[in-house]
Design a protein. Sequence first.
Length: 587
Amino acid sequence: AVRDGQTDLLDRLTGLAGQYASLREELTAQFASLASREQADQILAEIQRLSIRLQTPGRTGTSVDIPPPHVNFLGREDDIQWLLNRLQPGRTVTLCGPGGIGKSAIVAQALNRLQRAGTLTTLFPGGVFYHDFYKESQAAVALENIARECGEEPRPTRAAAAQRALANRTGLLVLDGCEQADDLDAVLAVRGQCAVMLTSRRHSDAPGEWRDLEPLPSMDAMTLLLDWAGNRIASPREARAIVELLGRLPLAVRLAGRYLATSGESATDYEKWLRESRLDALDHGKHQAESVPVLLARSIEALDDATQAALAVVGVLAPVSFDRSSVAAALDTSPAQAGRWLGKGVDYGLLLRPDERYTVSHALVHTFLRKRCVPTRDTVARLAANFTELSEEQSALGPAGYAVLNGERPHLGAVVQSCRDVGAWDALDRIAWAIHGFLEINGYWTEGMETMNAGLRGARMRNARANEGRYLGKIGSFHLRFGDARRAIEHYEQALEISREIGDRRGEGNHLGNLGLAYAALGDARRAIEHYEQALEISREIGDRRGEGNHLGNLGLAYADLGDARRAIEHYEQALEISREIGDRRG
């Protein structure tokens, strides 16, 4: 009866979104009266997550998510038409080619053309879902995002939720950079009758028709070079020689043009350097693969140390737009000074600045910066401290603050992983605990679990047993959210062992209570009762009246599951007495 009441209230909340503000107090009171405090906290988190989802336009409707068109796009009409002619429900098409040849740009151009013509939503009334594996390689995150955009919680699994989300939809999945995906098949398996458009450097990623992209025609490549280089190229012969040495790869041509426009080096000297680099001696495939790193190294070498340090911070951040204040905080300088350094990156074509924020000009540029420009541990720690402060400030504001953090979410994950990579463990602890609530409440459970796993690694590296136990307990709770009670139990038991080892009786009681919840989720009420009773004993021993009330309430639920209403009432009455004693109106 208790769980039926909870389900009924959730249904009411979802169905009466417009009246949410007026219902909040009523819902809060009713939920709290139905369960123990521990369960009420979890249920109220569900209310908050639902309220955020209901207040976010498009979450439960038709999502249309497409990348912006690329600047200075030139030609490629045959490739665009090939794509457009094959975009049909149930059909999968793939553009293949090396990095920097323009796959993502062609996809963006085709989608924006359909949108300008007003035919994108006509062709795909079920929505357009875009995922860039260059920015997030985990298939689990892609599946979670698809589910969330359609208003589905990622339960009992991410794949099941995404499949529900796309069922009976005539939509379009756009999957960019599929060679980076850790499990592309898992995403393709949920597509249903949606059309799918992929880009990849590998033919093996193409489940249907695929098309190899060719380099730009010579005249188009020369035009593009002149657009970027300005008056630095004196003759068509120089332009032709340079683009041929670059393999007519669009990204390589753009980098060369920006280098010539900014460095002051003559086209003659640049052509000579290209020949000395022996790019022309490579076969076609290696030529395309090697040209961009060679050009990027040349551009980086032309920059001063301070600018290279700024670009090292960019390599730590995710390959999405960022604010100069983040770079300034990492380098302990002013935003204005950071902007001057970043401006040099823009001049050389490494960065773009379409508005007040910056972004890397291409995924290959970001990959190169991560490998070539390595930041110090102190730099990473300062960057993490900046995002920790932002997360704490915005989380305190609730849904409005979460909207701000959602825009920075890729950076939060990237900074956590960088802290892990350089061993900035204290900074990692602070940012992990600052963002875990935001990730959990907003349904970013895969990222929340990744964050806790990074913290767990740090705790084990330092033999910080208390912290290790906290992380294990939180990871267990994420597994329980995903419906995997057995994995949750594994982590809770490890956390329990640590609490006993270090003599943390309060932690021991918490983990015993969580084990009870996990066994209850498995339908094993008797095992749940065993753990609740042990937790109750500890709460009484240490004088934790609130915890005592929580465990009594959980025992009441467990006895109700066994059909023993009288024993359930006994425990509820004891829990009620404690709530009144400590003035806990919610309990």
